[in-house]
Design a protein around this ligand. Sequence first.
Ligand code: ATP
Ligand code: MN
Length: 257
Amino acid sequence: MDAEDETRKLSERILRSERDSRYLRRDSDQRKVMEEVFDRSTLLSIEELIRGGRLKKLNGVVNSGKEARVYYGLSPREDPVAVKIYMMSSSDFKKRVGYIAGDRRFGKLPSNSREAIALWVRKEFKNLQLAAWAGIRVPRPLSFFKNIIIMEYIGEPPRPAPTFAEAEVDQEDCDWTLRTVQKLYKSAGLVHADLSEYNIFKHGSEQVLFDMGSAVLVSHPQAEEFLERDIRNMVRFFRKRGLAPGDAGAWLGKIVK
Ligand code: ATP
Ligand code: MN
């Protein structure tokens, strides 16, 4: 079978799984999905991941945001994995440059959106690694290629675990958040920079921090500003849920002290 045939078969399989998992999706226009997510270069990248033994199978979609869609897949060892695919068609990448500029891990700024997406993916992967190495509970990063990241699946496939926004939260979740932001800052040397109740899973009794693409090193010129915003978001959320998180200033003091 030649490469052309393989690409066609893969795209048929994806369309089929898109149809099967329709109940999970907000977006029902299949052709749009194929154009926006599975453009030719993305299909080739998925094939490359499968051929290289980094992915065994791609199943249906789990969730979609503005710039990325997350799929449920299987690793070669048949463990469930989350496959996050950034859409090459997304034009929102300009606003991300500020989270890349100022990060001394990445030299030259990307000159087009393809480069920007690849850099973003590498940054998200590295951030997950740094966090994991510091002992912070995040989805275990498994591999990345171009606009795709493969990581540990959190939840019971094909459903993702609920986020704090969808779950009941208690004082322990509040304390965990403060401890985790502190550990991220002190041990991993990172600020999440997009922290909210939508980016923390509550999986049974376990909390899992995710969506680390925006995270910056503490040396980033806006690190403190992002940290304060993260803290304010979480304090506001816990207060809205009737807990007593204390005030943002006290959190900041504990985190950076
Ligand atoms: P959004 O713009 O909606 O925040 P995003 O591009 O920031 O999306 P994420 O927040 O990383 O992407 O993931 C979006 C959704 O995909 C999550 O809310 C969750 O439902 C699902 N998801 C992401 N990562 C995983 C994972 N490791 N395991 C299971 N589901 C996941
Ligand atoms: Mn998110």
